[in-house]
Design a protein around this ligand. Sequence first.
Ligand code: AP5
Length: 215
Amino acid sequence: MRVVMLGPPGAGKGTQAKCLEKEYHIPHISTGEILRQAISNGSHLGKEAARYMNRGCLVPDPLILDIVHQRLLQPDCVPGYILDGFPRTLGQVRRFDTLLEEMEQPLNAAVSLEVRLDMFVKRLSARRVCSNCGSVYNLSSTPPKQEGACDSCGGQLTQRSDDVEETIQMRFEIYRHETFDIKNFYIAKGLLREIDGEGTIEEVYKRIVQHLKDL
Ligand code: AP5
């Protein structure tokens, strides 16, 4: 099964994609995560990406398209995957569509998580990430047992550098500007499904799984 997760920053794409990864045994591919990893490795890609990400701007399409193409060629993607954070521009969605045609691997669904503006600002401000294993927490909805420490590995919890209010606003503006066209693209293909992204993580997850079962 091949699925893309759409939705504004903080809609819960990563959280839900991780749950789907466990249920369907297919990889969760987050372009944001790949880029953050490249930044922490100090690679050339990371240095280039950081110039955009720190301001909440999108990394140029050619860089992203190359990353995704290389990732989809890996053997673990043969049974399918859940893409989180991609595609994000009209250029990306068109190129991705052509790529899937060339690979003869049609997309099964584009799931768009819908949440109110005040909700995702709240979620992002309270998000904390383990600097060691990458586990994601939320100080309001899923806090760690011990303040500042990861439940799984004891690693230090930190705030993502783009989870500050000014950058969140910029990310949202970009989302609003770019995403309309992406949704229309998938509506025209009969693949888009808008899912209510509010409620508990489990409630949202049940809605997504129900939709995927109905396909
Ligand atoms: P990326 O990492 O993709 O960030 P994003 O799209 O802004 O999305 P987030 O990761 O912030 O949110 P999410 O929807 O995954 O929410 P989460 O599940 O964590 O991209 C970062 C940057 O990389 C971009 O700005 C850009 O610069 C660059 N980039 C990446 N991809 C690119 C591309 N294709 N093209 C160009 N540039 C690209 O949840 C958020 C919080 O809420 C967590 O704390 C979670 O625990 C909590 N939560 C989740 N669901 C619920 C719920 N139902 N109830 C209560 N709390 C919840």
